[in-house]
Design a protein around this ligand. Structure first.
Ligand SMILES: Nc1ncnc2c1ncn2[C@@H]1O[C@H](COP(=O)(O)OP(=O)(O)OP(=O)(O)O)[C@@H](O)[C@H]1O
Ligand SMILES: [Mg+2]
Length: 242
């Protein structure tokens, strides 16, 4: 199959420099929202393949369907039609319980507004994401310490979110997203609230996760600098690949 037909790379003519198996395959998906009698078509016939360890940026104007696509890829919502296969599993075939487990075990989510719990310190914020899994307490504590080190927050684990800067909050959210060793990180405008220095640090953390942990990273961004650091850029326009 000619993958380059569906994804127009900005930086290179190659579909991607990453070789290997697809971890995520989006096949002809559409998503229509019904809102008080009105239908909004957010995605219309989108197909896309992403390889293990690849860093893909999704760009496009406001309202083009980026967040919708990420939500469907992460199993947060279901497409109106079409199929999404992650790690060999068709998401639509999963029961709600299995879908919830899939979200917890396979995907790490990072959002623009961090969504850390204000009443939990950083260590607990990271730890709660590991609760649904079978990870033992000792292992959890060890991983939290390693991840805090990885994101440069080893000396902030007892701090509360209100005591952290925006960049630190997002790095904490990335540590939380990595706690269950996810195969995929899905990040929606992860640098939308950060200055350029913190943006750079967050992008570096994503790159590091790809390189060192073989994590696949899919992000939506409005920032051309962030998109330029990805292996591949996918452009959405009016709910379709441009
Ligand atoms: N829950 C919803 N109910 C109804 N319409 C929705 C819903 N979520 C998104 N939409 C509509 O779907 C379209 C795509 O929205 P989406 O949030 O995916 O765009 P986006 O590319 O992420 O935009 P932005 O860059 O502003 O974040 C828009 O027209 C939006 O109004
Ligand atoms: Mg969005």
């Amino acid at each position: 199959m000619d993958r380059s037909r569906n994804t127009k790379p900005i930086r290179t003519q190659e579909a991607s420099s990453i070789e290997g198996e697809d971890i995520l395959s989006v096949q002809n998906i559409s998503k229509t929202y019904k809102l008080s009698g009105n239908k909004v078509t957010a995605l219309n016939g989108v197909s896309l393949q992403i390889k293990r360890g690849e860093f893909v940026a999704i760009i496009g104007p406001s309202g083009s369907g980026k967040s919708t696509l990420l939500q469907l890829m992460g199993g947060l919502d279901k497409p109106t039609s079409g199929t999404i296969v992650v790690d060999g599993t068709r998401l639509e075939s999963l029961s709600d319980r299995r879908l919830s487990r899939f979200r917890n075990q396979t995907v790490g989510f990072v959002f623009q507004f961090f969504y850390l719990q204000p009443f939990l310190n950083l260590s607990r914020n990271i730890e709660v994401a590991a609760m649904p899994s079978r990870m033992k307490k000792g292992e959890r504590k060890k991983r939290i310490a390693q991840l805090a080190q990885r994101v440069g927050l080893a000396d902030r684990l007892t701090h509360y979110p209100r005591e952290l800067s925006g960049g630190q909050l997002q790095r904490a959210a990335i540590a939380r997203a990595l706690i269950n060793n996810p195969h995929i990180i899905i990040a929606d405008e992860p640098t939308g609230n950060l200055d350029s220095q913190n943006t750079q640090e967050v992008v570096d953390l994503f790159r590091q996760a790809c390189r060192e942990l073989n994590t696949t990273v899919v992000i939506a961004t409005h920032d051309p600098m962030v998109a330029s650091k990805a292996d591949r850029t996918v452009i959405l326009k009016d709910g379709a690949l441009a």
